[in-house]
Design a protein around this ligand. Structure first.
Ligand code: 5AD
Ligand code: SF4
Length: 446
């Protein structure tokens, strides 16, 4: 029997999935893998032996788009050598470029957008379509098969799309209007994860704080958290991304009251200057943002706060940029993602005057990163000697002798330990703070 299944494994068709971009995309790739798996495909990590290549693309910044084009260019010779190889383009660039992709890359077999993942089934069965970009109005009501990466932490989409139209951002054009999934479907998915032994879930949405908008019944994000919190077996709950404007007192209360919700929030600030925030159409001032940080820290003293920063937005003068540096110094985030402003098609910021030179953007980015590096390191240093609860995820990517996991505050901890710890929460004494992680030793089992 074992031999037969080995033969089956050798013979079944294979798919190679390459993912660019955010967690939403990583999770969409789990859905793409799930659909292929339903049709008997196995996943491979080698390009040479695959039957289908799917590139799940990101168009949030131009750099990500360029990376995809060069990757797709490289695949041309693979296709020339093996005309049976199928190349599929998914994700935000697929949605944004549509038919145009065939002009530049005629060897692409299917282009499908983030709201058309279910069209894959049709393609696998019949190969009768070449493009699928429809904005399925019922997408949020469908449950697609999933083949998840890992067995400890799982992602669960709670909403799709975004209605915020921040003036720099392409997402509302690629992922469409905001739609929340019914609470019942979300809870069922979380229950199924708990039954499979998953310990931590991350609720995903572009703007989780506006969950439930447009529902007839009175549902909102904090209420959803209370429902999910009741599900047995799940030990930790996280969520991304929160929009500062929609962060309510009820959410802070839920975070304080519900022990499974981890002490971490990712709250993108984007800029410290009110003039820039207003041009970005963010809907808050720096003072309003800072007040929410103060409330969060008052309610949850150990909370770790991370953010996104854009430097060199059109019209960002030297004083505006100084406001961003001051904000970083004042708030002392645990970590940041910082980006140079990148022009995106269709977005309002494209038409703003006073675009900033590449040179200044690069200088500002490195100033932001240098400042934050010292803050992150200083904050990590304060954890030395402390004992923290770590949910063990698996072997460390960089050093296979060590195990890796995260604290409730989402800090990565590496340590020597027995692989039987994987999937458990254990106490780790932090011995050394590094720039992007912590190193520790096992103190005692849960
Ligand atoms: N240029 C630079 N950064 C951007 N982001 C989104 N759009 C752009 C853009 N055009 C950043 C924002 C957002 C994160 C996911 O990506 O900081 O929070
Ligand atoms: Fe883009 Fe703003 Fe929506 Fe985030 S909230 S996805 S930055 S438009």
């Amino acid at each position: 029997m074992a031999e037969e299944s080995e033969i089956y494994k050798e013979n079944h068709p294979k798919v190679f999935i390459l993912t660019f971009g955010c967690q939403m995309n990583v999770h969409d790739s789990e859905k793409i893998a799930g659909i292929f798996s339903e049709y008997g495909y196995g996943q491979t990590k080698t390009l040479k032996s695959t039957d289908v290549i799917v590139i799940n693309t990101c168009s949030v910044r131009e750099k990500a788009e360029q990376k995809f084009y060069s990757e797709l260019g490289r695949l041309r010779c693979l296709k020339e050598k093996n005309p049976d190889l199928k190349i599929l383009v998914a994700g935000c660039i697929a949605q944004q470029k549509g038919e145009d992709l065939f002009k530049r890359f005629p060897y692409v077999d299917l282009v499908f957008g983030p709201q058309s993942l279910n069209s894959l089934q049709k393609w696998i069965k019949e190969k009768s379509i070449r493009i699928a970009l429809s904005n399925d109005p019922e997408y949020h009501l469908k449950t697609l098969p999933l083949k998840r990466e890992g067995q400890v932490r799982g992602w669960v989409s709670i909403m799709y799309g975004c209605d915020n139209f921040c003036s720099y951002c392409i997402v509302p054009y690629t992922r469409g209007r905001e739609r929340s999934r019914p609470g019942k479907d979300i809870c069922n998915e979380v229950k199924a994860l708990a039954e499979k032994g998953f310990k931590e879930i991350t609720l995903l949405g572009q703007n989780v704080n506006s969950y439930g908008k447009g529902f007839a019944e009175d549902v909102n994000f904090p209420r959803l958290l209370y429902l999910i919190h009741n599900i047995e077996g799940i030990q930790r709950i996280r969520f991304v991304t929160s929009h500062p404007r929609d962060l309510s007192n009820d959410l802070i209360k839920a975070m304080r009251e519900l022990p499974k919700i981890c002490e971490h929030i990712h709250l993108p600030l984007q800029a410290g200057s009110d003039k820039v925030l207003s041009m970005m159409n963010r809907g808050y001032t720096y003072i309003e943002y800072k007040e929410k940080i103060d409330r969060l820290r008052e309610a949850i003293p150990d909370i770790s706060i991370t953010t996104d920063i854009i430097v060199g937005f059109p019209g960002e003068g030297e004083e505006d940029f100084q406001c961003t540096l001051r904000a970083l110094e004042e708030i002392e985030f645990d970590g940041i993602f910082a980006f140079k402003y990148s022009k995106r098609p269709k977005t309002a910021a494209l038409n703003l005057p006073d675009h900033i030179s590449e040179k200044i953007k690069a200088q500002r980015l490195s100033m932001v990163l240098n400042l934050q590096d010292s803050i992150t390191y200083k904050k990590n240093k304060t954890l030395e000697g402390k004992t923290l609860e770590v949910l063990v995820e698996g072997l460390s990517e960089t050093d296979k002798d060590k195990l890796t996991g995260r604290t409730r505050a989402n800090k990565i901890v590496n340590f020597y330990g027995n692989s039987e710890h994987i999937g458990n929460r254990i106490n780790i004494k932090i011995l050394e703070a590094k720039q992007h992680s912590l190193y520790g030793e096992v103190e005692s089992r849960e």
